[in-house]
Write a protein that binds this ligand. Structure first.
Ligand code: 9MG
Length: 275
């Protein structure tokens, strides 16, 4: 069980050839290199990651769609390899009920679903496997989500969506104690929507469940301060800290060591009477 009394780092491991930030970096001659994946995972754990998030589907706008079989082929071998070698919670980033079920059998400790268990069969699969699940908000589907995101009140609408998903999960037999929530920064949101959500995190925390956020290297940084993906670490750290200050307890990031250091300063401030 994770101790969420202070913010934790979730390290991103993409097994995709085309993710926006680190796509293809684990590939050698067109195939996923498990040794590189394990090396990346080992470095992240040594740098302070409490959770690793392994994904096999790129959700960046315009990414090539992936079949369920392809996603399983990318994720499961690396999941098995890491879970047999490292003592860390492994989250699987998927919306596929079949992958959720297989992943649970092969050592996954958590499911991260950017579609919040809305695919047919996903609620039932998540209920059956009994793992914690992160429910993320997304307006639309990855291919078109950034075309014209539209809200009257983004914080109220994301909160309403997450509230409804919690209810559906509970009805399907997934207890609240197994759920985490994520506003889905960059998933069908303009820069203004993302900033409103960051400012409004305390309102989402009122839903009473742990908040996970992913802001690492996202395009809002590029739009706000004109930085290429490789130049977005400092801004990502700032956003992660601002999120932690507003109640986020898991920060999903590509830059584990730096994020861990930044959050350690946040925790020191929160727990200063112990120093
Ligand atoms: C898979 N993935 C990409 N970005 C994400 C984010 O912001 N949150 C979660 N939960 N998953 C994400």
């Amino acid at each position: 069980m994770l101790d969420l009394s202070r913010p934790l780092v979730m390290g991103v491991i993409n097994t995709t050839p085309d993710s926006f930030s680190d796509g293809g970096t684990l590939y050698r001659r067109d195939s996923l290199d498990l040794d590189s994946g394990l090396r990346r995972a080992t470095e992240m754990v040594a740098s302070g990651a409490a959770i690793l998030d392994i994904g096999g589907e790129s959700t960046r706008p315009g990414a090539a769609p992936v079949s369920e079989a392809q996603e399983m082929d990318r994720v499961l071998p690396l999941l098995e390899r890491i879970s047999s070698e490292l003592d860390v919670v492994i989250s699987v980033d998927t919306s596929s009920p079949a992958l959720m079920t297989e992943a649970a059998a092969r050592g996954a400790g958590m499911i991260n679903d950017v579609r919040a268990l809305r695919r047919p069969g996903a609620l039932q699969a998540a209920a059956a496997i009994g793992l914690p699940v992160c429910l993320m908000h997304m307006q639309g589907e990855p291919g078109q989500m950034q075309d014209k995101p539209c809200y009257e009140d983004v914080v109220a609408e994301v909160s309403g969506f997450l509230h409804a998903r919690i209810e559906d999960c509970v009805k399907a037999g997934i207890p609240r104690s197994r759920l985490l929530l994520d506003p889905g920064f960059g998933f069908g949101k303009t820069v203004r929507h993302n900033l409103d959500l960051l400012a409004g995190l305390p309102q989402l925390a009122e839903l009473g469940l742990p908040l996970l956020v992913g802001l690492s290297r996202k395009s809002l940084i590029g739009k706000l301060i004109d930085r290429e993906v490789s130049q977005r670490m400092a801004a990502s750290l700032a956003l992660g800290l601002l999120a932690a200050e507003r109640g986020a307890v898991i920060i999903r990031t590509h830059d584990v060591a730096e994020t861990w250091d930044a959050l350690a300063m946040f925790s020191a401030l929160m727990e200063r009477e112990k120093v």
